[in-house]
Design a binder for this molecule. Structure first.
Ligand SMILES: Cc1cc2nc3c(=O)[nH]c(=O)nc-3n(C[C@H](O)[C@H](O)[C@H](O)COP(=O)(O)OP(=O)(O)OC[C@H]3O[C@@H](n4cnc5c(N)ncnc54)[C@H](O)[C@@H]3O)c2cc1C
Ligand code: FES
Length: 340
């Protein structure tokens, strides 16, 4: 028997990854794992359990045309009460996690170490009590030891292991930054709650344009780990923009993965005027309409809010709309709390 990982993305941004056997229906596997996916007849008749499969191979057993049209099935819709997976899958569930009686998972961990990658960033390594299922690009909330606070961080590691890594900006005086810089000790207890977020790598079906600002490189490291395993039939261009040369971190790792994948171009950009470099300025000074391949590309953009906003304005000016545009803003936690 083979067991597959099925990522359930709920509409409130929460993701849960369940295990489904190759002779088991997805709603049954979810129920076994205490997640009540929307369901009524359980017979392929009512259509209540309809979800959208973003990725994966599967078989659909009997269902009535009234519950799902041929057109919907061709687009990728599935009836989860009749769906038997034939590979790992990613499903978009049109209901919140709370409606499905689930919530982000909280996993305990212990700090393995903190690496000072540069004056402006830390690498945090955490040993988890069990692996956390997530999609490369997603984030978790991490508690800050000794405080009641937590901060959101994108995984910079690949899913499926009990060691998680993060790439974290050093904001002097910041709650997490001060902990990492002044007090962190191996063995400190942390809790990771998640995974969350709609910023994750979809199947690569066209050229990729990936734009990272500062520690916004983190999710791309996780995505590159995934592509290193699965390969890519399409070229990937990664722009990595920072302020100073010393802020360019994890480049050896990026270049090693790029070389292994084969069709990845890595372009670095420095903003500081007094640091010599081939490409100076901001991402918006260098990304051209040509990079957007007449719109036949998927764009992934991650970094500080001003950079994300500037790139969106830049694309509008270029007048080329990419086939898919996904972005993640590293908003400060307080700002989010105020907005909520
Ligand atoms: C979905 C998501 C994913 C994220 N992933 C990452 C990640 O992978 N790596 C990473 O480094 N960060 C990431 N962040 C940002 C992160 O959650 C924290 O906001 C950041 O690390 C600052 O935490 P701190 O406790 O050190 O500073 P805080 O105590 O939160 O802030 C200290 C001071 O700095 C200000 N500040 C906070 N953030 C910024 C900012 N971006 N620009 C300017 N001023 C700021 C605050 O308003 C405050 O005045 C992410 C944020 C979100 C929402
Ligand atoms: S629950 Fe009715 S079609 Fe699946």
């Amino acid at each position: 028997m083979t067991t597959y990982n099925i990522a359930l993305n709920f509409e409130d941004g929460v993701t849960r990854v369940i295990q489904c056997d190759d002779d088991e229906k997805v709603t049954d596997a979810a129920f076994r794992q205490k997640i009540n996916l929307p369901m009524d007849c359980r017979d392929g008749v009512c259509g209540t359990c309809k979800c959208f499969a973003e990725k994966g191979a599967y078989e659909l057993e009997f269902y009535m045309d009234e519950s799902m049209s041929d057109e919907e099935a061709e687009q990728g819709y599935v009836l989860t009460c009749q769906m038997i997976p034939e590979s790992d899958c990613v499903l978009r569930v049109p209901a919140s996690s709370a409606v499905c009686k689930t919530a982000p998972e909280a996993i305990d961990g212990a700090v393995l170490g903190v690496d000072r990658l540069s004056g402006t960033s830390f690498g945090l390594r955490v040993r988890l009590s069990k692996p956390m299922g997530f999609l490369p690009g997603q984030y978790v909330n991490v508690t800050v030891p000794g405080t009641g606070a937590h901060r959101s961080y994108s995984f910079s590691s690949a899913p499926g292991t009990d060691e998680a890594t993060f790439l974290i900006r050093n904001l002097p005086g910041g709650v997490m930054s001060s902990y990492l810089g002044d007090r962190a000790q191996p063995g400190d207890a942390v809790t990771l709650t998640g995974p969350m977020g709609a910023f994750y790598l979809r199947p690569i079906e066209r050229p990729q344009l990936w734009l990272a600002g500062g520690t916004g490189l983190a999710p791309f490291l996780s995505m590159l780990e995934q592509v290193t395993k699965q390969g890519s039939d399409h070229p990937i261009t990664l722009y990595y923009a920072v302020t100073r040369a010393a802020d360019l971190v994890e480049l050896d790792r990026v270049n090693a993965m790029a070389e292994k994948i084969g069709n990845v171009t890595v372009i670095t950009i420095l903003a500081a005027e007094d640091d010599a470099h081939d490409r100076k300025g901001f991402v918006t000074d260098h990304v051209t309409a040509e990079d957007l391949n007449d719109g036949d590309c998927d764009v992934y953009l991650c970094g500080p809010p001003p950079m994300v906003d500037a790139v969106r304005v830049h694309f509008a000016k270029l007048g080329v709309e990419p086939a898919n545009f996904h972005y993640e803003k590293f908003n400060p936690t307080e700002e989010k709390a105020e907005a909520a």
